[in-house]
Design a protein around this ligand. Structure first.
Ligand code: HEC
Length: 274
């Protein structure tokens, strides 16, 4: 093949990413807005954000062009207890407090939507698949300030929806007793994006963790913490999508609180309307 046709062929066979067809939906509680990559490029506050410990690309220093989430919701009056729910292409979906996500102050982490730009795709997430974290990726500038955890970096993002209060939205997830509150918060941030509980939540990657049974009932106190720390140490298979939670992501005290919460939810399952 001559060089020119080869180059033309290569140009057309590149994965088309960051083009105008990719859209992000934002529901601000009143109306639905659709943003394209070029809308985000033009947005006030769009800038380059550098991420040192990127959950999607571990051990790589990444630089993104990104638009501030607070701008996407600008003009919206929200009271501080509301949640914003994210939805991703792969079924990862969960709530983040609106206050946390929209905060724009020098002493807290600031959320941005990174977008993949035409002809400069991001690296693949895994060598075995073409998928990247794009076309939209929720990232944080200075994540250490508000202690942002790995599961708060949803990639392949397609929607952000402003909703009401968490407890009104998910009455079956809130523990009856205050002492299980910490475990519930750990569950909400780290597990709910993939696992429903009592048939509530939008994550579809993993099984419901209390319906019909809880893993605290069939795995018990040895195997359940072992699975959470390293799923492959219990059941090994190459297509597993359950991440390992190291002590850095989930200190022992949080892991214990989480298991106490799951056991409590198993004991009180009959109180919920399923
Ligand atoms: C990114 C998605 C994801 C997150 C986050 C996640 N899981 Fe999972 N989990 C899965 C998937 C998918 C499976 C199915 C097995 C697999 O792929 O490894 C699973 C399996 C499980 C199982 C085994 C259930 C069974 O009966 O087979 C338990 C228990 C579990 N997860 C608990 C948790 C807990 C607790 C958390 C929070 C600390 C959590 N998971 C966070 C995706 C996730």
């Amino acid at each position: 093949m001559q060089i020119l046709p080869l180059l033309i062929f290569m140009a057309f066979s590149l994965p088309v990413r960051g083009n105008s067809l990719e859209t992000l939906s934002i529901h601000n509680g009143v109306n639905l807005k659709i943003f394209t990559v070029s809308d985000l490029k033009k947005m006030r506050g769009t800038k380059t954000v550098t991420v040192d410990n990127d959950p999607a690309y571990p051990q790589q220093k990444m630089t993104y062009l990104a638009a501030p989430v607070s701008e996407l919701f600008s003009g919206v009056n929200f009271d501080s207890d509301r949640i914003i729910e994210f939805k991703c292409l792969d079924g990862f979906s969960g709530p983040i407090d609106a206050k946390r996500l929209l905060k724009n102050s020098p002493d807290s982490s600031k959320a941005f939507i990174a977008f993949e730009v035409l002809n400069s795709p991001w690296p693949k997430l895994k060598p075995s698949s073409e998928a990247t974290a794009g076309p939209f990726y929720l990232i944080w500038d200075r994540p250490e300030l508000s202690k942002i955890v790995t599961e708060e970096w949803p990639y392949q993002l397609k929607e952000l929806n402003l909703r009401g209060k968490f407890d009104e939205h998910y009455p079956n997830l809130t523990p009856k007793l205050e002492k299980f509150r910490r475990g519930f918060e750990v569950f909400r941030t780290n597990c709910l994006p993939c696992h429903k509980l009592n048939q509530q939540g939008h994550g579809t990657l993993g099984p419901d963790l209390n319906h019909p049974y809880s893993p605290t009932e069939y795995m018990g106190e040895i195997f359940l913490p072992m699975l959470i720390r390293d799923p492959q140490s219990l059941r090994k298979f190459p297509n597993s999508k359950m991440p390992a939670f190291s002590k850095k992501d989930l200190p022992d005290s949080d892991l214990n609180a989480l298991i106490q919460y799951l056991s409590h939810m198993a004991r009180t399952r009959h109180d919920t309307k399923l």
